[in-house]
Design a protein around this ligand. Structure first.
Ligand SMILES: Cc1cc2nc3c(=O)[nH]c(=O)nc-3n(C[C@H](O)[C@H](O)[C@H](O)COP(=O)(O)O)c2cc1C
Length: 320
């Protein structure tokens, strides 16, 4: 799997509908699900959480949890769905996640992490990877990080997505934990130097794709979250820039048509969710505000599509 460009897992963002939209904009980007707790998969109708129908990009399923048996069962169930890799979340700092003893807090307990991953590897048809932080609280990000990665390598983990900050588990909420602890890209570069044979994908604060491609050329890829969700049209740059794949320039009108073809087949609740992810497609148009009203309105799907296309044409005519 070529992980040169990955779209980061984001709760309430990277659901199947946003992944479908991402796939219209880039055929090559590696996509992630939101984090799904192992028990959600194990206890209910798994299709509700794992459905990835229609998404043809390689997709990584991210699971949360810290009970080896539960993670094993969820991994086994996921074998029946079209995912290319299974990822364990070791980076989420939310207090809810901490109280459930999963996410970033697990980085403090390497033995438990190894047990969890070993069970997952045992039953998975696909590669098992991890998403980590540089460390947690006051852990020593020089020695402990190397030790942690080395221990996971010993059980066969070969791919690490690294959010280039520590997580502070007390006093910061998840949003603050994505901005306040400083980014430390150099530490990620050193990790790659120490572990040449594993895949290291860097994440955190990347906004310029062109600079990131150059700056991180010694790594195995970059992972971008907010900059993609906030400006999804930027995915149009990805296939040429990161995969050297030339394709025709897709217009916003075509993107809207393709997305509405997909939305037509969803039930009414899912239609609203899918349209919500389209809000940021209109950013920058001089009548973007109007598109927001249209997208959240409860008119018929075709009517919404036609109004959106008119908004785009109007904006283009005004700019001409
Ligand atoms: C709304 C939101 C939800 C997130 N949910 C998850 C998640 O489910 N799993 C995870 O590993 N990281 C999650 N993250 C963290 C991102 O994957 C990423 O590590 C972080 O946003 C830094 O990358 P960026 O600066 O490119 O956004 C989330 C981030 C945001 C903004």
């Amino acid at each position: 799997m070529n992980r040169s460009f990955c779209v980061a897992p984001m709760m309430r963002r990277t659901d199947r509908h946003f992944r479908y939209l991402s796939g219209i904009l880039s055929k090559e980007a590696i996509l992630f699900t939101e984090m799904i707790h192992a028990n959600a998969i194990n206890r209910s109708n798994p299709k509700k959480f794992l459905d990835n129908t229609g998404v043809s990009n390689s997709t990584v399923l991210q699971i949360g949890g810290s009970n080896p048996e539960e993670l094993k069962k969820a991994t086994e169930i996921s074998n029946d769905f079209n995912y290319s890799e299974i990822n364990l979340n070791l980076g989420c700092p939310s207090s809810k996640v901490q109280s459930g003893n999963f996410g970033a807090v697990l980085m403090k307990d390497v033995e438990l992490v190894k047990k969890c991953l070993s069970e997952m590897i045992c039953v998975s048809d696909k590669e098992v990877s991890v998403k980590i932080r540089l460390g947690v609280d006051d852990s020593d990000i020089e020695h402990y990080l190397d030790f942690f990665v080395d221990e996971l390598c010993k059980i066969g983990i070969k791919t690490f997505y690294v959010h280039a900050r520590i997580a502070l588990l007390k006093g910061l909420d998840p949003k603050e934990n994505r901005t306040i602890p400083p980014l430390n890209y150099e530490r990620v570069m050193r990790l790659k130097k120490d572990f040449q044979d594993i895949n290291i994908i860097i994440n955190g604060g990347i906004s310029s794709f062109i600079s990131a491609k150059e700056d991180f050329k010694n790594l195995d890829g970059i992972m971008v979250g907010r900059a993609v969700y906030e400006f999804p049209l930027r995915l149009l740059e990805v296939d040429k820039l990161f995969y050297d794949v030339n394709k025709e320039n897709k217009s916003l009108l075509t993107v809207i048509d393709q997305m509405f073809e997909y939305i037509d087949n969803l039930n009414s609740k899912e239609k609203i969710k899918a349209r919500f992810h389209m809000l940021n497609l209109f950013k920058g148009l001089n009548n973007a505000k109007k598109s927001r009203f249209v997208l959240v309105s409860n008119q018929k799907n075709e009517k919404i599509r036609d109004e959106l296309k008119n908004i785009i044409l109007e904006s283009q005519n005004r700019a001409a």
